[in-house]
Design a protein around this ligand. Sequence first.
Ligand code: ADP
Ligand code: MG
Length: 564
Amino acid sequence: MSTQTFEFQVEARQLLQLMIHSVYSNKDVFLRELVSNASDALDKLRLAALRDDTLDADVSDLHIEIEIDKDARTLTVRDNGIGMSYDEVGQLIGTIAHSGTATLLKELREAEDGAGAEGLIGQFGVGFYSGFMVADEVTLVTRRAGESQGTRWTSRGEGTYTLEKVDDAPQGTAVTLHLKPADPENQLHDYASEWKIREIVKRYSDFITWPIRLVSRAATAEGDDSAREPATLNSMKALWARSRDEVSDDEYHELYKHIGHDWRDPLETIRLQAEGTFEYQALLFLPSHAPHDLFTQGFQRGVQLYVKRVFIMDDCEALLPPYLRFVKGVVDAADLSLNVSREILQQDRHIRMMQRRLTKKVLSTVKDMMAGAPDRYATFWREFGAVVKEGLVTDPENRDAILAVSSFATTHSDDEPTTLKSYVERMKGGQEDIYYITGESRQSIENSPHMEAFRDRGIEVLLLTDPVDEVWVDAVGEYEGKALRSVTKGEIDLGARGDEKGDDEREKQTEEYADLLGWMKEQLDEDIKEVRLSSRLTVSAACIVSDAQDLTPALENMYRAMGQ
Ligand code: ADP
Ligand code: MG
Protein backbone atom coordinates (compact mmCIF):
# COMPACT_ATOMS: atom_id res chain seq x y z
CA MET A 1 0.00 0.00 0.00
CA SER A 2 1.33 3.40 -0.93
CA THR A 3 2.82 5.86 1.47
CA GLN A 4 1.90 9.50 1.03
CA THR A 5 3.84 12.46 2.31
CA PHE A 6 2.11 15.59 3.60
CA GLU A 7 3.31 18.95 4.83
CA PHE A 8 2.37 20.21 8.24
CA GLN A 9 0.40 23.43 8.36
CA VAL A 10 2.55 26.47 9.03
CA GLU A 11 1.23 26.72 12.57
CA ALA A 12 1.83 23.06 13.31
CA ARG A 13 5.36 23.35 11.97
CA GLN A 14 6.09 26.28 14.24
CA LEU A 15 4.81 24.40 17.26
CA LEU A 16 6.84 21.35 16.38
CA GLN A 17 9.99 23.42 16.09
CA LEU A 18 9.29 24.65 19.55
CA MET A 19 8.95 21.11 20.87
CA ILE A 20 12.03 19.79 19.13
CA HIS A 21 14.20 22.59 20.45
CA SER A 22 12.47 22.72 23.77
CA VAL A 23 14.61 23.71 26.71
CA TYR A 24 11.84 22.89 29.12
CA SER A 25 13.35 21.18 32.12
CA ASN A 26 10.31 19.06 32.80
CA LYS A 27 10.05 16.88 29.73
CA ASP A 28 8.39 14.11 31.76
CA VAL A 29 5.01 15.61 30.95
CA PHE A 30 5.07 14.10 27.45
CA LEU A 31 4.03 10.79 29.01
CA ARG A 32 1.18 12.39 30.87
CA GLU A 33 -0.08 13.77 27.55
CA LEU A 34 0.07 10.43 25.74
CA VAL A 35 -1.56 8.58 28.64
CA SER A 36 -4.22 11.26 28.83
CA ASN A 37 -5.04 10.80 25.13
CA ALA A 38 -5.15 7.03 25.55
CA SER A 39 -7.48 7.37 28.51
CA ASP A 40 -9.80 9.68 26.53
CA ALA A 41 -9.82 7.13 23.69
CA LEU A 42 -10.89 4.35 26.09
CA ASP A 43 -13.62 6.54 27.56
CA LYS A 44 -14.91 7.25 24.08
CA LEU A 45 -14.96 3.58 23.09
CA ARG A 46 -16.77 2.46 26.21
CA LEU A 47 -19.41 5.09 25.64
CA ALA A 48 -19.75 4.29 21.92
CA ALA A 49 -20.22 0.61 22.74
CA LEU A 50 -22.85 1.39 25.35
CA ARG A 51 -24.79 3.52 22.92
CA ASP A 52 -24.51 1.27 19.90
CA ASP A 53 -24.65 -2.46 20.49
CA THR A 54 -24.04 -3.19 16.81
CA LEU A 55 -20.55 -1.66 17.05
CA ASP A 56 -18.04 -4.34 16.18
CA ALA A 57 -15.47 -3.62 18.85
CA ASP A 58 -13.73 -5.54 21.59
CA VAL A 59 -14.33 -3.91 24.97
CA SER A 60 -13.43 -6.91 27.12
CA ASP A 61 -10.08 -5.68 28.43
CA LEU A 62 -9.75 -1.95 27.93
CA HIS A 63 -6.36 -0.77 29.12
CA ILE A 64 -3.25 1.26 28.42
CA GLU A 65 0.10 -0.39 27.86
CA ILE A 66 3.51 1.19 28.00
CA GLU A 67 6.23 -0.82 26.37
CA ILE A 68 9.91 -0.08 26.66
CA ASP A 69 12.43 -1.55 24.25
CA LYS A 70 15.84 -0.71 25.69
CA ASP A 71 17.80 -2.06 22.73
CA ALA A 72 15.82 -0.24 20.08
CA ARG A 73 15.45 2.76 22.43
CA THR A 74 11.74 3.03 21.81
CA LEU A 75 8.85 3.78 24.10
CA THR A 76 5.33 2.84 23.00
CA VAL A 77 2.08 3.98 24.57
CA ARG A 78 -0.71 1.72 23.38
CA ASP A 79 -4.44 1.69 24.00
CA ASN A 80 -7.25 -0.51 22.67
CA GLY A 81 -9.70 2.39 22.59
CA ILE A 82 -11.68 4.14 19.88
CA GLY A 83 -8.75 4.67 17.48
CA MET A 84 -8.81 6.97 14.47
CA SER A 85 -9.78 6.54 10.82
CA TYR A 86 -7.36 7.49 8.04
CA ASP A 87 -9.08 10.85 7.60
CA GLU A 88 -9.18 11.50 11.31
CA VAL A 89 -5.46 10.98 11.67
CA GLY A 90 -4.91 13.62 9.00
CA GLN A 91 -7.33 16.00 10.67
CA LEU A 92 -6.46 15.47 14.31
CA ILE A 93 -2.75 14.85 14.19
CA GLY A 94 -1.60 16.49 10.97
CA THR A 95 -3.20 19.85 11.51
CA ILE A 96 -3.92 22.00 14.46
CA ALA A 97 -7.59 22.71 14.39
CA HIS A 98 -7.72 24.63 17.64
CA SER A 99 -9.08 28.08 16.98
CA GLY A 100 -6.68 29.56 19.47
CA THR A 101 -3.60 28.57 17.47
CA ALA A 102 -3.02 31.99 15.99
CA THR A 103 -3.25 33.56 19.42
CA LEU A 104 -0.95 30.93 20.83
CA LEU A 105 1.73 31.56 18.25
CA LYS A 106 1.51 35.29 18.74
CA GLU A 107 1.93 34.85 22.48
CA LEU A 108 4.75 32.38 21.94
CA ARG A 109 6.63 34.94 19.92
CA GLU A 110 6.09 37.47 22.64
CA ALA A 111 7.08 35.15 25.47
CA GLU A 112 10.67 35.97 26.19
CA ASP A 113 12.00 33.15 28.28
CA GLY A 114 11.64 29.45 27.59
CA ALA A 115 9.59 28.89 30.72
CA GLY A 116 6.91 31.31 29.54
CA ALA A 117 6.69 29.55 26.20
CA GLU A 118 6.40 26.13 27.83
CA GLY A 119 3.60 27.41 29.96
CA LEU A 120 1.68 28.45 26.92
CA ILE A 121 2.15 25.04 25.38
CA GLY A 122 0.33 23.43 28.27
CA GLN A 123 -2.38 26.02 28.26
CA PHE A 124 -3.20 25.50 24.62
CA GLY A 125 -3.13 21.74 24.88
CA VAL A 126 -0.79 20.70 22.08
CA GLY A 127 -0.49 17.39 23.89
CA PHE A 128 0.42 14.90 21.20
CA TYR A 129 3.26 17.00 19.84
CA SER A 130 5.00 17.02 23.21
CA GLY A 131 6.40 13.60 22.28
CA PHE A 132 8.89 15.46 20.10
CA MET A 133 10.53 16.87 23.22
CA VAL A 134 12.08 13.46 23.88
CA ALA A 135 11.94 11.67 20.51
CA ASP A 136 13.48 12.34 17.14
CA GLU A 137 10.88 10.26 15.37
CA VAL A 138 7.29 9.40 16.25
CA THR A 139 5.17 6.65 14.72
CA LEU A 140 1.46 6.23 15.34
CA VAL A 141 -0.45 3.14 14.26
CA THR A 142 -4.19 3.21 14.76
CA ARG A 143 -7.41 1.47 13.79
CA ARG A 144 -10.82 2.87 14.51
CA ALA A 145 -13.08 0.49 16.45
CA GLY A 146 -15.53 -1.09 14.01
CA GLU A 147 -13.36 -0.49 10.94
CA SER A 148 -11.14 -3.05 9.30
CA GLN A 149 -8.29 -0.97 7.97
CA GLY A 150 -5.68 0.83 10.00
CA THR A 151 -3.39 3.80 9.41
CA ARG A 152 0.28 4.47 10.09
CA TRP A 153 1.46 8.03 10.65
CA THR A 154 5.17 8.87 10.93
CA SER A 155 7.12 12.05 11.33
CA ARG A 156 10.47 13.38 12.42
CA GLY A 157 8.71 16.63 13.26
CA GLU A 158 10.68 18.45 10.60
CA GLY A 159 7.94 19.74 8.33
CA THR A 160 6.41 16.63 6.80
CA TYR A 161 4.61 13.50 7.91
CA THR A 162 3.63 10.36 6.06
CA LEU A 163 0.36 8.46 6.04
CA GLU A 164 -0.05 4.86 4.99
CA LYS A 165 -2.92 2.39 5.16
CA VAL A 166 -2.11 -0.83 7.00
CA ASP A 167 -4.01 -4.10 7.16
CA ASP A 168 -2.92 -5.68 10.39
CA ALA A 169 -3.34 -2.88 12.94
CA PRO A 170 -4.99 -3.86 16.21
CA GLN A 171 -7.99 -1.84 17.43
CA GLY A 172 -6.92 1.39 19.11
CA THR A 173 -3.78 3.45 18.92
CA ALA A 174 -0.09 2.85 19.52
CA VAL A 175 2.28 5.80 19.65
CA THR A 176 5.94 4.84 19.40
CA LEU A 177 8.63 7.33 20.33
CA HIS A 178 12.13 6.76 18.97
CA LEU A 179 13.92 8.25 21.94
CA LYS A 180 16.74 10.73 21.57
CA PRO A 181 20.08 9.42 22.87
CA ALA A 182 20.23 9.27 26.65
CA ASP A 183 22.29 11.92 28.37
CA PRO A 184 25.26 10.00 29.84
CA GLU A 185 25.53 12.64 32.55
CA ASN A 186 21.98 12.11 33.62
CA GLN A 187 20.99 8.45 33.49
CA LEU A 188 18.10 9.06 35.86
CA HIS A 189 16.31 10.89 33.10
CA ASP A 190 16.47 8.10 30.60
CA TYR A 191 12.97 7.38 29.38
CA ALA A 192 13.96 3.88 28.38
CA SER A 193 14.30 3.12 32.08
CA GLU A 194 11.51 1.16 33.72
CA TRP A 195 12.10 2.91 36.97
CA LYS A 196 11.69 6.30 35.37
CA ILE A 197 8.43 5.36 33.67
CA ARG A 198 6.97 3.95 36.89
CA GLU A 199 7.84 7.11 38.67
CA ILE A 200 6.26 9.40 36.04
CA VAL A 201 3.06 7.39 35.81
CA LYS A 202 2.69 7.31 39.57
CA ARG A 203 3.25 11.03 39.80
CA TYR A 204 1.09 12.25 36.93
CA SER A 205 -1.40 9.57 36.01
CA ASP A 206 -2.23 7.54 39.09
CA PHE A 207 -5.92 8.52 39.07
CA ILE A 208 -6.48 7.40 35.47
CA THR A 209 -9.39 4.97 35.77
CA TRP A 210 -7.99 2.48 33.22
CA PRO A 211 -5.14 0.11 34.06
CA ILE A 212 -1.76 1.35 32.86
CA ARG A 213 0.49 -1.68 32.39
CA LEU A 214 4.23 -1.77 31.91
CA VAL A 215 5.83 -4.20 29.49
CA SER A 216 9.58 -4.29 29.20
CA ARG A 217 10.88 -5.88 26.01
CA ALA A 218 14.49 -6.16 26.98
CA ALA A 219 13.61 -8.07 30.13
CA THR A 220 11.71 -10.66 28.10
CA ALA A 221 14.54 -11.06 25.62
CA GLU A 222 17.00 -11.67 28.40
CA GLY A 223 14.83 -14.64 29.32
CA ASP A 224 13.67 -12.88 32.50
CA ASP A 225 10.23 -14.39 32.88
CA SER A 226 8.46 -13.95 29.63
CA ALA A 227 5.13 -15.15 30.97
CA ARG A 228 5.22 -12.60 33.77
CA GLU A 229 2.03 -10.60 34.14
CA PRO A 230 2.69 -7.01 33.20
CA ALA A 231 2.66 -4.75 36.25
CA THR A 232 -0.19 -2.31 36.68
CA LEU A 233 1.37 1.02 37.59
CA ASN A 234 -1.59 3.09 38.72
CA SER A 235 -4.10 2.63 41.52
CA MET A 236 -7.04 3.56 39.22
CA LYS A 237 -9.18 4.97 41.98
CA ALA A 238 -11.57 7.73 40.96
CA LEU A 239 -10.42 10.60 43.15
CA TRP A 240 -13.90 12.01 43.60
CA ALA A 241 -15.06 8.74 45.11
CA ARG A 242 -12.30 8.65 47.71
CA SER A 243 -12.51 10.40 51.04
CA ARG A 244 -10.77 13.75 51.43
CA ASP A 245 -8.07 12.59 53.84
CA GLU A 246 -7.05 9.74 51.54
CA VAL A 247 -6.08 12.02 48.67
CA SER A 248 -3.17 14.43 48.56
CA ASP A 249 -3.40 17.89 47.08
CA ASP A 250 -0.92 16.82 44.42
CA GLU A 251 -3.21 14.04 43.29
CA TYR A 252 -6.12 16.44 42.96
CA HIS A 253 -3.92 18.80 41.01
CA GLU A 254 -2.88 16.12 38.54
CA LEU A 255 -6.52 15.26 37.89
CA TYR A 256 -7.17 18.93 37.29
CA LYS A 257 -4.37 19.09 34.74
CA HIS A 258 -5.76 16.06 32.93
CA ILE A 259 -9.32 17.32 32.62
CA GLY A 260 -8.55 21.03 32.48
CA HIS A 261 -5.81 20.76 29.86
CA ASP A 262 -3.82 23.16 32.01
CA TRP A 263 -0.24 22.82 33.19
CA ARG A 264 -0.59 24.93 36.31
CA ASP A 265 -2.03 24.00 39.67
CA PRO A 266 -5.61 25.08 40.30
CA LEU A 267 -6.33 27.87 42.74
CA GLU A 268 -8.86 25.91 44.71
CA THR A 269 -10.28 22.40 44.91
CA ILE A 270 -13.97 22.01 45.78
CA ARG A 271 -15.55 18.74 46.88
CA LEU A 272 -19.21 18.02 47.27
CA GLN A 273 -21.09 14.81 48.04
CA ALA A 274 -24.86 14.62 47.85
CA GLU A 275 -26.72 11.68 49.28
CA GLY A 276 -30.39 10.78 49.21
CA THR A 277 -32.77 10.38 46.30
CA PHE A 278 -30.38 11.81 43.74
CA GLU A 279 -26.82 10.90 44.63
CA TYR A 280 -23.79 12.53 43.11
CA GLN A 281 -20.20 13.43 43.82
CA ALA A 282 -18.57 16.54 42.49
CA LEU A 283 -14.93 17.55 42.36
CA LEU A 284 -14.56 21.05 41.00
CA PHE A 285 -11.55 23.28 40.45
CA LEU A 286 -11.08 27.01 40.19
CA PRO A 287 -8.20 27.56 37.75
CA SER A 288 -5.51 30.08 38.53
CA HIS A 289 -5.58 31.70 35.07
CA ALA A 290 -8.35 32.69 32.71
CA PRO A 291 -8.04 30.91 29.37
CA HIS A 292 -7.52 33.16 26.36
CA ASP A 293 -10.88 32.32 24.79
CA LEU A 294 -13.11 32.80 27.83
CA PHE A 295 -15.14 35.49 26.10
CA THR A 296 -15.46 33.85 22.71
CA GLN A 297 -18.63 32.19 21.57
CA GLY A 298 -17.44 28.61 21.27
CA PHE A 299 -15.77 28.52 24.68
CA GLN A 300 -15.73 24.97 26.00
CA ARG A 301 -17.01 24.56 29.51
CA GLY A 302 -14.85 22.38 31.63
CA VAL A 303 -17.09 20.18 33.74
CA GLN A 304 -17.29 16.52 32.78
CA LEU A 305 -20.26 14.32 33.52
CA TYR A 306 -19.80 10.73 34.67
CA VAL A 307 -22.47 8.21 35.56
CA LYS A 308 -21.20 5.70 38.13
CA ARG A 309 -17.57 6.17 37.05
CA VAL A 310 -18.43 5.97 33.35
CA PHE A 311 -17.45 9.04 31.39
CA ILE A 312 -20.50 10.48 29.62
CA MET A 313 -19.58 13.89 28.26
CA ASP A 314 -17.20 16.83 28.30
CA ASP A 315 -18.28 20.45 28.60
CA CYS A 316 -21.56 19.60 30.24
CA GLU A 317 -23.25 23.00 30.15
CA ALA A 318 -26.23 21.95 32.24
CA LEU A 319 -24.12 21.54 35.38
CA LEU A 320 -23.16 25.15 35.98
CA PRO A 321 -24.50 28.52 34.81
CA PRO A 322 -22.63 30.37 32.03
CA TYR A 323 -21.09 32.88 34.42
CA LEU A 324 -19.18 30.01 36.08
CA ARG A 325 -18.04 28.58 32.75
CA PHE A 326 -14.38 28.67 33.76
CA VAL A 327 -14.87 26.09 36.54
CA LYS A 328 -13.35 22.71 35.67
CA GLY A 329 -14.03 19.35 37.19
CA VAL A 330 -16.03 16.16 37.37
CA VAL A 331 -19.58 15.43 38.43
CA ASP A 332 -20.45 11.77 38.90
CA ALA A 333 -24.17 11.11 39.22
CA ALA A 334 -25.49 7.73 40.30
CA ASP A 335 -29.03 7.84 38.99
CA LEU A 336 -28.81 8.99 35.39
CA SER A 337 -29.14 6.86 32.30
CA LEU A 338 -25.93 6.23 30.41
CA ASN A 339 -27.77 7.38 27.32
CA VAL A 340 -28.64 10.75 28.74
CA SER A 341 -28.42 13.54 26.14
CA ARG A 342 -27.65 17.24 26.48
CA GLU A 343 -31.27 18.10 25.71
CA ILE A 344 -32.58 15.81 28.43
CA LEU A 345 -30.08 17.18 30.94
CA GLN A 346 -31.24 20.75 30.28
CA GLN A 347 -34.78 19.81 31.29
CA ASP A 348 -34.08 17.39 34.11
CA ARG A 349 -35.37 18.58 37.46
CA HIS A 350 -32.60 16.82 39.42
CA ILE A 351 -29.93 18.34 37.22
CA ARG A 352 -31.39 21.78 37.81
CA MET A 353 -31.28 21.20 41.54
CA MET A 354 -27.72 19.98 41.23
CA GLN A 355 -26.80 23.09 39.29
CA ARG A 356 -28.22 25.30 42.02
CA ARG A 357 -26.35 23.44 44.69
CA LEU A 358 -23.04 23.48 42.78
CA THR A 359 -23.45 27.19 42.06
CA LYS A 360 -23.98 28.00 45.71
CA LYS A 361 -21.02 25.84 46.66
CA VAL A 362 -18.71 27.62 44.22
CA LEU A 363 -19.85 31.04 45.44
CA SER A 364 -19.46 30.07 49.09
CA THR A 365 -15.98 28.75 48.35
CA VAL A 366 -15.04 32.10 46.83
CA LYS A 367 -16.45 33.80 49.90
CA ASP A 368 -14.32 31.61 52.18
CA MET A 369 -11.30 32.39 50.06
CA MET A 370 -12.03 36.08 50.42
CA ALA A 371 -12.00 35.77 54.20
CA GLY A 372 -9.29 33.16 54.64
CA ALA A 373 -6.93 33.61 51.68
CA PRO A 374 -7.18 37.20 50.43
CA ASP A 375 -4.25 36.80 48.02
CA ARG A 376 -5.83 33.85 46.29
CA TYR A 377 -9.16 35.64 46.21
CA ALA A 378 -7.45 38.63 44.59
CA THR A 379 -6.01 36.37 41.88
CA PHE A 380 -9.38 34.76 41.36
CA TRP A 381 -11.16 38.05 41.01
CA ARG A 382 -8.55 39.53 38.69
CA GLU A 383 -8.86 36.54 36.38
CA PHE A 384 -12.57 35.80 36.56
CA GLY A 385 -14.37 38.80 38.09
CA ALA A 386 -15.52 40.09 34.70
CA VAL A 387 -17.25 36.75 34.03
CA VAL A 388 -18.71 36.29 37.49
CA LYS A 389 -20.35 39.72 37.31
CA GLU A 390 -22.45 38.47 34.38
CA GLY A 391 -24.31 36.52 37.05
CA LEU A 392 -25.51 39.76 38.65
CA VAL A 393 -27.64 40.18 35.54
CA THR A 394 -28.51 36.58 34.69
CA ASP A 395 -28.95 34.94 38.09
CA PRO A 396 -31.17 37.09 40.35
CA GLU A 397 -31.50 34.24 42.84
CA ASN A 398 -27.81 34.41 43.69
CA ARG A 399 -27.42 38.13 43.22
CA ASP A 400 -26.65 38.86 46.86
CA ALA A 401 -24.16 36.03 47.07
CA ILE A 402 -22.40 37.28 43.95
CA LEU A 403 -22.36 40.87 45.19
CA ALA A 404 -20.84 39.65 48.44
CA VAL A 405 -17.84 38.20 46.60
CA SER A 406 -17.49 41.03 44.09
CA SER A 407 -14.89 43.74 44.42
CA PHE A 408 -14.29 46.91 42.46
CA ALA A 409 -11.58 49.42 41.78
CA THR A 410 -12.21 52.59 43.74
CA THR A 411 -10.89 56.10 44.21
CA HIS A 412 -10.33 55.09 47.84
CA SER A 413 -7.22 53.09 46.91
CA ASP A 414 -4.82 52.97 44.00
CA ASP A 415 -4.45 49.23 43.94
CA GLU A 416 -6.80 47.58 46.37
CA PRO A 417 -10.34 46.92 45.20
CA THR A 418 -13.25 47.36 47.57
CA THR A 419 -16.41 45.43 48.27
CA LEU A 420 -19.72 47.28 48.36
CA LYS A 421 -19.89 46.47 52.06
CA SER A 422 -16.64 48.31 52.80
CA TYR A 423 -17.72 51.18 50.57
CA VAL A 424 -20.91 51.61 52.56
CA GLU A 425 -18.98 51.47 55.82
CA ARG A 426 -16.84 54.35 54.62
CA MET A 427 -19.76 56.49 53.39
CA LYS A 428 -19.81 59.94 54.90
CA GLY A 429 -22.71 61.31 56.94
CA GLY A 430 -25.28 62.71 54.56
CA GLN A 431 -24.19 60.56 51.60
CA GLU A 432 -27.21 58.60 50.44
CA ASP A 433 -26.01 56.83 47.34
CA ILE A 434 -23.18 54.65 46.08
CA TYR A 435 -21.39 56.47 43.27
CA TYR A 436 -19.70 54.88 40.30
CA ILE A 437 -18.31 55.82 36.94
CA THR A 438 -17.89 53.47 33.97
CA GLY A 439 -15.44 53.66 31.11
CA GLU A 440 -12.64 51.95 29.31
CA SER A 441 -9.74 52.42 31.67
CA ARG A 442 -9.15 53.59 35.18
CA GLN A 443 -6.99 56.39 33.95
CA SER A 444 -9.50 57.83 31.51
CA ILE A 445 -12.36 57.83 33.98
CA GLU A 446 -10.37 59.12 36.93
CA ASN A 447 -9.55 62.22 34.89
CA SER A 448 -13.12 62.80 33.77
CA PRO A 449 -14.51 66.27 34.63
CA HIS A 450 -17.44 64.48 36.26
CA MET A 451 -15.09 63.38 38.99
CA GLU A 452 -14.01 66.85 40.06
CA ALA A 453 -16.69 67.58 42.60
CA PHE A 454 -16.38 64.12 44.12
CA ARG A 455 -12.65 64.39 44.43
CA ASP A 456 -13.02 67.83 45.89
CA ARG A 457 -15.44 66.66 48.55
CA GLY A 458 -13.56 63.44 49.22
CA ILE A 459 -16.49 61.27 48.13
CA GLU A 460 -15.50 57.77 47.08
CA VAL A 461 -16.39 56.65 43.54
CA LEU A 462 -16.23 53.11 42.16
CA LEU A 463 -14.24 52.89 38.92
CA LEU A 464 -15.88 50.30 36.70
CA THR A 465 -14.07 49.31 33.52
CA ASP A 466 -15.46 45.91 32.44
CA PRO A 467 -18.05 45.95 29.62
CA VAL A 468 -20.48 44.03 31.82
CA ASP A 469 -20.39 46.78 34.48
CA GLU A 470 -22.68 48.98 32.40
CA VAL A 471 -25.30 46.31 32.48
CA TRP A 472 -25.23 44.98 36.01
CA VAL A 473 -25.37 48.37 37.72
CA ASP A 474 -28.74 48.92 36.05
CA ALA A 475 -29.98 45.42 36.74
CA VAL A 476 -28.96 45.53 40.40
CA GLY A 477 -29.95 49.17 41.05
CA GLU A 478 -29.15 49.31 44.75
CA TYR A 479 -27.20 47.71 47.56
CA GLU A 480 -28.65 47.60 51.07
CA GLY A 481 -31.09 50.37 50.28
CA LYS A 482 -28.41 52.62 48.76
CA ALA A 483 -28.97 53.45 45.12
CA LEU A 484 -26.13 52.83 42.69
CA ARG A 485 -25.67 56.16 40.94
CA SER A 486 -23.55 57.06 37.95
CA VAL A 487 -21.63 60.29 38.47
CA THR A 488 -22.24 61.14 34.81
CA LYS A 489 -26.02 60.94 34.95
CA GLY A 490 -28.76 63.35 35.98
CA GLU A 491 -28.67 66.01 38.61
CA ILE A 492 -26.44 65.09 41.48
CA ASP A 493 -26.77 67.08 44.64
CA LEU A 494 -23.65 66.65 46.65
CA GLY A 495 -24.78 69.24 49.21
CA ALA A 496 -23.05 72.53 49.77
CA ARG A 497 -19.47 72.90 50.80
CA GLY A 498 -18.68 75.58 53.38
CA ASP A 499 -17.78 78.16 50.77
CA GLU A 500 -20.72 77.41 48.52
CA LYS A 501 -24.01 79.04 47.95
CA GLY A 502 -27.28 77.34 48.85
CA ASP A 503 -30.33 76.76 46.67
CA ASP A 504 -31.61 80.31 46.91
CA GLU A 505 -28.32 81.61 45.73
CA ARG A 506 -28.30 79.14 42.82
CA GLU A 507 -31.76 80.31 41.74
CA LYS A 508 -30.67 83.89 41.86
CA GLN A 509 -27.62 83.04 39.79
CA THR A 510 -29.71 81.12 37.28
CA GLU A 511 -31.83 84.23 36.77
CA GLU A 512 -28.74 86.34 36.45
CA TYR A 513 -27.23 84.04 33.83
CA ALA A 514 -30.53 83.33 32.04
CA ASP A 515 -29.39 85.13 28.91
CA LEU A 516 -26.12 83.26 28.70
CA LEU A 517 -27.75 79.88 29.36
CA GLY A 518 -30.43 80.60 26.77
CA TRP A 519 -27.84 81.58 24.21
CA MET A 520 -25.79 78.45 24.84
CA LYS A 521 -28.90 76.28 24.51
CA GLU A 522 -29.68 77.90 21.17
CA GLN A 523 -26.16 77.36 19.86
CA LEU A 524 -26.01 73.70 20.92
CA ASP A 525 -29.67 72.90 20.34
CA GLU A 526 -29.05 69.97 18.01
CA ASP A 527 -26.92 68.10 20.51
CA ILE A 528 -28.23 68.84 23.98
CA LYS A 529 -31.46 69.03 25.93
CA GLU A 530 -30.70 71.67 28.51
CA VAL A 531 -28.00 73.94 29.91
CA ARG A 532 -27.85 74.43 33.67
CA LEU A 533 -25.60 75.85 36.32
CA SER A 534 -23.93 73.19 38.42
CA SER A 535 -21.89 72.72 41.52
CA ARG A 536 -20.35 69.51 40.26
CA LEU A 537 -17.33 71.15 38.62
CA THR A 538 -14.43 72.76 40.37
CA VAL A 539 -11.81 73.20 37.66
CA SER A 540 -13.40 72.52 34.27
CA ALA A 541 -15.77 75.18 32.87
CA ALA A 542 -18.44 72.79 31.59
CA CYS A 543 -19.27 69.12 31.18
CA ILE A 544 -21.90 67.05 29.42
CA VAL A 545 -24.36 65.18 31.65
CA SER A 546 -26.92 62.56 30.65
CA ASP A 547 -30.41 62.26 32.05
CA ALA A 548 -30.61 59.59 34.70
CA GLN A 549 -32.55 57.35 32.34
CA ASP A 550 -30.31 57.94 29.31
CA LEU A 551 -27.73 55.46 28.12
CA THR A 552 -24.22 56.00 29.34
CA PRO A 553 -21.70 56.87 26.61
CA ALA A 554 -20.08 53.43 26.73
CA LEU A 555 -23.41 51.63 26.32
CA GLU A 556 -24.34 54.02 23.55
CA ASN A 557 -21.13 53.06 21.76
CA MET A 558 -21.80 49.38 22.36
CA TYR A 559 -25.29 49.56 20.86
CA ARG A 560 -24.02 51.63 17.97
CA ALA A 561 -21.33 49.05 17.29
CA MET A 562 -24.01 46.35 17.24
CA GLY A 563 -25.87 48.39 14.62
CA GLN A 564 -28.82 49.42 16.79
P1 ADP B 1 -6.11 17.14 22.94
O1 ADP B 1 -5.96 15.86 23.68
O2 ADP B 1 -6.01 18.34 23.84
O3 ADP B 1 -7.32 17.17 22.04
P2 ADP B 1 -3.77 16.23 21.57
O4 ADP B 1 -2.74 16.90 20.74
O5 ADP B 1 -3.28 15.54 22.78
O6 ADP B 1 -4.85 17.32 21.96
O7 ADP B 1 -4.56 15.22 20.65
C1 ADP B 1 -5.20 15.66 19.48
C2 ADP B 1 -6.32 14.76 19.07
O8 ADP B 1 -5.84 13.55 18.50
C3 ADP B 1 -7.20 14.28 20.22
O9 ADP B 1 -8.21 15.21 20.52
C4 ADP B 1 -7.78 12.98 19.68
O10 ADP B 1 -8.90 13.24 18.87
C5 ADP B 1 -6.67 12.46 18.80
N1 ADP B 1 -5.89 11.46 19.53
C6 ADP B 1 -4.70 11.62 20.12
N2 ADP B 1 -4.29 10.48 20.72
C7 ADP B 1 -5.27 9.57 20.49
C8 ADP B 1 -5.46 8.19 20.87
N3 ADP B 1 -4.56 7.53 21.59
N4 ADP B 1 -6.60 7.58 20.44
C9 ADP B 1 -7.53 8.24 19.70
N5 ADP B 1 -7.40 9.53 19.35
C10 ADP B 1 -6.29 10.19 19.73
MG1 MG C 1 -4.30 15.32 24.72
